[in-house]
Design a protein around this ligand. Structure first.
Ligand code: PEP
Ligand code: MN
Length: 294
């Protein structure tokens, strides 16, 4: 029989929330700390950078732009999960080293993706946070491997995963002893063809209701259209997310990957200003970079 207690976070629809990620087992929100950048506290963390690391000029110009606009953290893929084997696959280990170098130079921590258990040791040595992409949310050996680290993990929702399946994947990581997990809503596959994915913003309050883990939103993969990113980024902040991960490229029209959904430096800078106003309206702030990096 269903409980009448609507405040019970583990009784909702048919969703059964696993124990370690469940808000009932830990009422206080989890805060994930990356060299002083705290995800899951009152301030909203903006992670920005290219879809993929391409070359030194692209990376340094893009990082310069996102840092100037006020991003607190960097993103940049080196191991890229591409739908076609003939598309640019990323720079691999060299790309991870380039991210580490630009991260040191800029003072901004970074996240980059791991696709395979064999990459975890290497990437964990360099990156501040490891990303498990949408296509690997169901890769249980990989989840267990990053669960054995004591390092933050950004877990993206599988494009066809329910909230329960998403939380079960997070539980895999926590069950191995790593509780530094950030959940990322990045859109799900629906019948709608006009957008790359359908960005499920209702996942934000739902995940925050069910779990103590921080929740961020990816409006770039969530829409697939550069012109839609600002609207959905602002909506995500209004919906209560703890951060955003946004693709930015210094020349989006020349990007080797996802240029159509990457913001230009000017667009990103304007968005940062607007996000500050939305955050303020809902009683929060956009986290400014650490004073030491300015
Ligand atoms: C990415 O963030 O680079 C990416 C590939 O996203 P997703 O796994 O959400 O498709
Ligand atoms: Mn991308």
């Amino acid at each position: 029989m269903e409980s009448n207690n609507y405040n019970d976070p583990s009784v909702i629809g048919g969703c059964s929330v696993p124990v370690r990620v469940n808000r009932k087992s830990k009422p206080d929100p989890t805060v994930v700390d990356l060299r002083g950048i705290r995800i899951g506290s009152s301030d909203i963390v903006i992670i920005a950078g290219p879809c993929a690391v391409e070359n030194n000029e692209q990376l340094s110009e893009t990082v310069k732009a996102v840092k100037t606009a006020g991003a607190a953290m960097l993103r940049g893929g080196a191991f890229k999960p591409r739908s076609s084997p003939y598309n640019f696959q990323g720079l691999g280990e060299e790309g991870v080293r380039m991210m580490r170098d630009i991260s040191r130079e800029s003072g901004l921590p970074f996240v980059t993706e791991v696709m395979d258990t064999r990459q975890v040791g290497f990437v964990a040595e360099y990156a501040d946070m490891l990303q498990i992409g949408s296509r690997n949310m169901h890769n249980y050996p990989l989840l267990k491997e990053v669960g054995m680290l004591r390092k933050p993990v950004l877990l993206k929702r599988g494009m066809m995963a329910t909230i329960e399946e998403f939380l079960l994947s997070a539980e895999y990581i926590l069950s191995q002893g790593n509780d530094q997990v950030v959940l990322c809503e990045r859109g799900i596959r629906t019948f709608e063809p006009t957008t790359r994915n359908t960005l499920d913003l209702s996942a934000v309050p739902m995940l925050k209701h069910l779990s103590h883990l921080p929740v961020i939103v990816d409006p770039s993969h969530g829409t697939g259209h550069r012109w839609m990113v600002p609207a959905m980024a602002k909506a995500a902040v209004a919906a209560g997310c703890d951060g955003l991960i946004i693709e930015v490229h210094y020349k989006p029209e020349e990007a080797l990957c996802d240029g159509h959904q990457s913001l230009s430096p000017e667009e990103f800078s304007k968005l940062m200003t607007d996000l500050g106003k939305v955050a303020h309206a809902v009683g929060r702030e956009i986290l400014l970079p650490q004073p030491s990096v300015l």
